[in-house]
Design a protein around this ligand. Structure first.
Ligand code: UAG
Ligand code: ATP
Ligand code: API
Ligand code: MG
Length: 489
């Protein structure tokens, strides 16, 4: 594609005239990946500044460079005010606006994004629509799975993958949209049809200045809704009416609003809710009718997740009967309230709760059914929000008969220091600190008796543990299974 054609989507840029005749092979944002004929876009990152790698891009054969300042290089350079934003627009143009070719649902919120994503996948599949899914666990096109580094990948990767989805006749895409992604403009080139808000509670205060700043990032998804390349489709903001952030988010969009909730009056509601240890029943009330839902998903928070998915599905005209069937078919989401079954006489659950609110929700649910003692094995990730550490420890101690504090992904922090942050100021004594996660899980399993419940929280579907810069193989489900088998024999 001619550089001139790609640049036509930018409102302003500065370049010498001759640059416009250059042919671009593809766009790259990493100098190490640049090949002959590529446009290299310099991004100022949190770790390094892409502008410092122009020399490498040039020696790899870059045909042109997009930067925020004039650089010392012989490669023709285009300058713009904000390369991150420009990259998202250029990538969307380069891949011919793939997100205009199928409905796109974006889901944001502190907890429940992955769960709602898979509920929606199940709903779309129920009416035989081929789906694309992007989120924490993986990226999927139809049944083919690809690994991802981020919950919401960078703009370039996103547009490329959406293009792949369009080429493979995907009929709906569903994507988790993290606050980091919104803040960094990773989804700026996406044409969302539906933007879903699950809830807001404390997380990521290492990255966002405060909760207002965190909410402001979330609100960008709703402000962006309708910044569209495709005027034909109606756009919907799907909002949790029971969450305190709902008012601001409703005011953040100029598009249609669809509300859901259980307490405050909303367009999509759940009534007659029956929360049981083996599943959940409720009456789903919507503008298109009512349905009796009988789901294997457990806990009140999953009622909210089902309401969010229902409202989004209704916004794209999916019949209620298909929503009901999807909810009846889905047995669970990997690493979310996932039972480990190895013939033992006590329950063992692996869950991805890694925020105070999710931990409290899951423990409240467990408390509602527990017949024996509750054991909680939990830690907090390193290089992440430190202020959530004592809060998570306090919540574990509030519900557990015995808490075992251990390492999550310590990353570059000292694991002992993280555990110290968790337990400093704790007055209760019904806990142990066992730094090694395998030992902590084994300890809980060794002590559990008939009818007890062990919650292993924080890492869910993850199949690694990151200590320092190294990711070691580690799967809570596998470790628990082996510990149970060792105990039973
Ligand atoms: C803090 C943060 O969000 N970091 C993200 C950011 O990385 P960064 O700013 O550090 O990038 P950088 O390494 O400084 O590089 C800057 C630029 O220089 C380029 N470069 C770099 C080196 C080189 O030799 N040559 C070169 O050209 C890079 O390709 C890049 O374009 O941009 C990268 C590309 O988009 C992201 O992968 C990375 O996510 C890191 C891995 C991360 O851990 N992010 C977390 C905090 C995150 O985003 N989490 C949310 C989910 C949270 C949740 O839902 O709970 C997510 O969406 O994943
Ligand atoms: N609606 C909800 N409200 C509160 N907690 C929830 C909700 N849904 C799920 N949870 C809890 O949060 C955990 C994470 O859920 P899920 O993976 O769906 O959220 P997420 O928003 O995708 O998280 P992440 O930010 O890590 O991507 C679950 O394991 C469960 O403990
Ligand atoms: N997307 C979240 C995942 C946290 C998972 C938890 N296991 C941890 O490592 O802290 C984050 O990057 O903050
Ligand atoms: Mg997720």
């Amino acid at each position: 594609m001619k550089l001139k054609e790609i640049l036509s989507v930018l409102p302003f840029y500065h370049a010498v005239d001759s640059i416009e005749t250059i042919d671009i092979n593809t766009i790259k944002m990493d100098s190490r990946e640049v090949e002959a004929g590529d446009l290299f876009v310099c991004i100022k990152g949190y770790t390094v500044d892409g502008h410092d790698f122009v020399k490498q891009a040039a020696s790899n054969g870059a045909a042109a460079i997009l930067a925020e300042k004039e650089l010392e290089t012989a490669v023709p350079t285009v300058t713009v005010a904000n390369t991150s934003r420009a990259l998202a627009m250029l990538a969307a143009k380069f891949y011919d606006y793939p997100t205009t070719k199928f409905p796109l649902v974006g889901i944001t919120g502190t907890n429940g994004k992955t769960t709602v994503t898979y509920l929606l996948e199940s709903i779309f599949n129920q009416i035989n629509r081929k789906t694309g899914v992007i989120g924490t666990i993986q990226m999927k096109i139809g049944e083919v799975v690809y690994p991802v580094k981020n919950t919401t990948p960078d703009a370039l990767f996103l547009q490329k993958k959406f293009n792949q989805m369009a080429e493979q006749n995907v009929e709906a895409a569903i994507m988790e949209v993290s606050s980091h992604a919104l803040d960094q403009g990773r989804v700026y080139g996406c044409d969302f049809d539906v933007a879903v808000f699950t809830n807001l509670s404390q997380d990521h205060l290492d990255y966002h200045k405060d909760m207002d700043d965190y909410l402001r990032a979330k609100s960008l998804l709703f402000a962006q809704l309708g910044n569209t390349y495709n005027e034909g489709r109606k756009k919907f903001a799907v909002i949790n009416e029971d969450d305190q952030a709902s008012e601001l988010l409703k005011r953040s969009t100029a598009q249609h609003v669809m509300t859901y909730g259980c307490k405050n009056r909303a367009q999509v509601m759940a009534a007659n809710i029956q929360l049981e240890a083996t599943g959940t029943k409720f009456t789903l009330k919507t503008p298109t009718g009512e349905a009796e839902i009988n789901s294997k998903l457990i806990g009140m928070f999953n009622v909210y997740n089902m309401l969010a998915a229902s409202a989004a599905a209704i916004a794209v005209h999916i019949p209620l009967v298909s929503i009901k069937s999807a909810f009846e078919n889905i047995t669970g989401v990997s690493g979310r309230f996932e039972p480990v079954i190895a013939g033992q006489s006590f329950a063992t659950l692996v869950d991805y709760a890694h925020t105070p609110d999710s931990l409290e929700n899951v423990l409240q649910t467990i408390k509602g059914f527990a017949k024996g003692k509750i054991y909680v094995v939990v830690g907090c990730g390193g290089d992440r929000d430190k202020t959530k550490r004592p809060l998570m420890a306090a919540i574990a101690l509030k519900y557990a008969d015995r808490a075992i504090f251990t390492s999550d992904n310590p990353r570059t922090e000292d694991p002992e220091a993280i555990l110290h942050d968790m337990t400093e100021g704790v007055e209760a004594d019904h806990y142990d600190v066992i730094v090694n996660r395998k030992d902590a899980i084994t300890y809980a399993i060794k002590h559990a008796k008939d009818n007890d419940i062990i919650l292993i929280a924080g890492k869910g579907h993850e199949t690694y543990q990151q200590i320092g810069e190294v990711k070691y193989d580690f799967d809570d489900r596998q470790v628990a299974k082996e510990a149970i088998q060792a105990k039973e024999n």
